[in-house]
Design a protein around this ligand. Structure first.
Ligand code: SER
Length: 621
């Protein structure tokens, strides 16, 4: 058994790929930049899409990273031994360089020779093809896997239909597109035009038959297989052969065949310790330990669900807040609010009814600050943010309680109203209702919730589709305008006005920056005037790829406290790269001349966005 920690395993992986010609790149923010396709970075490939589509990467064709990821859709799954909303994805990338042979061999070698996994406990899946789209069965990967297992003297029988046949003594399993095809949008039929995707090959670790939690398996009446999600097998890595582009006429080959590999750091760590509960690995255990201390209850079966939920939700909130997403009511901000509120609700189940969230923040930061060096500086900001949110929620709970007290009848409708207006959790309402002799109908409540969610979803439908089309000129214009706004803010307010984040749609740009008070009307006018003056001057926009130190020396600002790679891309707006109004580390894209932005632009709103952070909305006047 190995003695890896999260930190040493991450390092081992990055170094393994660096030794094979890969350049290490830092994690991108959890908030996708200038990409309206999804609310959060949910996979390693997302920040690299332009390069997978064919753009040249300044660091070459082989990259490796550990990318922070947040999957909001997994929030309800948290509570078992392996699901989390936040996770780190180890990645290695071939941008039109190596392909299946090297990829499958390297990852297998990494697992067996570096991590020390027993090859007999490794199982793999491959793409069975899809006739509807004329996509071929991945026989090439099968052949490579057979060779790899043979070298280790492990039998590797191929199973064609595991969902019916079960394990059937196999090692290599064919699955259809719903399991072995990857794109941001999912299966081939769900992909919009212009989206890249490809067949993939997943690797699973076998914890042994005793971990089969039959009742959780959706196929509980059918035979167990590596993808049946019963708890015995854990998917630890996925090699995507990103080689197709969805077009009007179906799938076309991309200009280059790429590899997008993603492996869950926590999961590989769990496998390395033969420990199926990822909450007991050092990336999560210190948080669980603290919750044990706070509640005075042990981490045993009946307390595990709330403890895991709290550990996951607090960790995810800290990482999101570090990337500038403070709890609030809109889209992204709402997720942080929801995470924190859920954590408080589950803490109540453990008997923790005093404010506690801020005490967990330093525990999370300590786990991650070695690699994510920006975290240490943000502890106080994040603590203040969670404390404020907890205060608000506890107040809402108190109001909700009063409201509940005044009700003659408590039914599902009332529970839903309380939930909607005060964020009052159903479980709490049900508890209190029970004390008063009412039994609440959870199904009815869920129905009301679903109806409500459907209504709001209709409002945000088309986000994905619209998002891709959004890579149009308007968003590029707003992106350049973001740089101008940042420069104007610093000119008018001083250099402490630093960017915290931005978000662009076709209608407007939104910009968050550190500043401790509201702007005056006069300041707003001056900032607008500067931006519009620079647009009118039709300044050229230059892109340079420079060594990081040189870029910093030349005055370029790098506003995310994260580590940057050795070579960086810098955008300068001004007459020359020495005589400029703005110079920033940035991946682009941008307009060629500021005049293309048109205008005039106007600041539509300026407001607080959490402690010490202001938010500006800007759009066409
Ligand atoms: N894009 C793939 C995934 O997220 C592999 O990185 O699973």
């Amino acid at each position: 058994m190995s003695n890896f920690t999260g930190e040493s395993l991450r390092r081992k992986y990055l170094d393994f790929f660096k030794a094979r010609g890969h350049k290490e790149i830092p994690s991108a923010s959890l908030v996708p930049e200038n990409d309206a396709t999804t609310l959060f970075t949910g996979s390693g490939m997302q920040p690299l899409v332009p390069y997978l589509l064919g753009k040249e990467h300044p660091l070459g064709k082989r990259l490796t990273n550990s990318q922070k990821a947040f999957r909001s859709q997994d929030i309800e799954d948290v509570g078992d031994n392996r699901h989390t909303t936040f996770f780190e994805m180890l990645g290695n990338w071939s941008l039109g360089d190596y392909f299946k042979k090297e990829q499958l061999r390297w990852f297998f070698q990494f697992l067996v020779d570096e991590v020390g996994l027993d090859p007999k406990r490794i199982y793999v899946s491959v793409f069975a093809g899809d006739k509807r789209f004329n996509l071929a069965k991945d026989d090439a990967s099968v052949k490579i896997w057979q060779e790899l297992f043979a070298e280790r003297k492990v039998e590797a029988r191929v199973v064609n239909n595991p969902e019916e046949e079960g394990l059937a003594g196999g090692r290599i399993f064919f699955y259809p597109a719903k399991k072995n095809w990857w794109s941001r949008a999912g299966e081939p039929e769900k992909m919009p035009e212009g989206e890249p995707g490809g067949p993939d090959s997943e690797v699973f670790y076998d914890f042994g038959p005793k971990w089969r939690l039959h009742e959780r398996s959706p196929w509980k009446d059918q035979p167990c297989h590596i993808n049946c999600d019963c708890g015995r097998f854990l998917e630890i890595g996925n090699s995507v052969f990103m080689q197709y582009l969805k077009t009007e006429e179906g799938f076309k080959p991309l200009p280059k065949k790429n590899v997008d590999f993603g492996g869950g750091l926590e999961r590989i760590l769990a496998a390395s310790q033969d420990q199926p509960d990822i909450f007991l690995t050092d990336l999560l255990k210190p948080i669980v330990d603290r919750v044990v201390e706070l509640s005075g209850k042990p981490y045993e079966a009946k307390h595990q669900v709330p403890m895991r939920v709290i550990a996951d939700h607090v960790r995810a909130s800290v990482m999101l807040m570090a990337d500038g997403v403070m709890p609030g009511n809109k889209e992204r901000e709402y997720f942080v609010r929801r995470l924190l509120r859920r954590a408080i609700r589950f803490a109540h189940q453990l008997g923790i009814d005093q404010p506690f969230l801020d005490q967990l923040v330093p525990v999370v930061v300590k786990i991650y600050q070695g690699h994510y060096t920006d975290l240490a500086d943000k502890v106080e900001l994040i603590q203040a943010g969670v404390a404020e949110e907890e205060k608000k929620f506890r107040k809402a709970l108190a109001t909700g309680l009063k409201k509940l007290d005044s009700l003659k009848v408590i039914d599902a409708q009332a529970a839903f109203k309380l939930y909607e207006s005060y964020g009052f959790p159903f479980e709490l309402t049900a508890e209190i209702a029970a004390e008063k002799g009412f039994k609440l109908d959870k199904d009815e409540f869920e129905k009301l919730k679903k109806l409500h969610a459907q209504r709001s979803r209709t409002a945000s439908a088309g986000k994905f589709k619209g998002g891709l089309a959004d890579k149009d000129q308007t968003t590029v214009k707003f992106h350049t305008a973001t740089h101008l706004l940042h420069a104007a803010l610093r000119q008018v307010l001083g250099e402490k006005a630093r960017q915290r984040g931005s978000h662009i749609t076709r209608e407007r740009l939104r910009f968050d920056f550190e500043f401790d008070r509201a702007l005056t009307l006069d300041e707003i006018k001056q900032i607008e005037a500067l931006v519009n003056e620079w647009i009118k001057a039709d300044l050229p926009v230059h892109r340079q790829v420079l060594p990081k130190d040189e870029a910093l020396k030349s005055g370029a600002i790098a506003f995310f406290g994260e580590k940057y790679p050795e070579m960086v891309s810098v955008y300068t707006i001004g007459k020359t790269t020495d005589d400029y109004v703005s110079k920033e580390f940035c991946g682009g894209p941008h307009v060629k001349h500021t005049g293309e932005i048109g205008g005039p632009l106007k600041i539509k709103k300026e407001k607080s966005s959490g402690a010490g952070v202001r938010r500006i909305y800007m759009g066409y006047a």
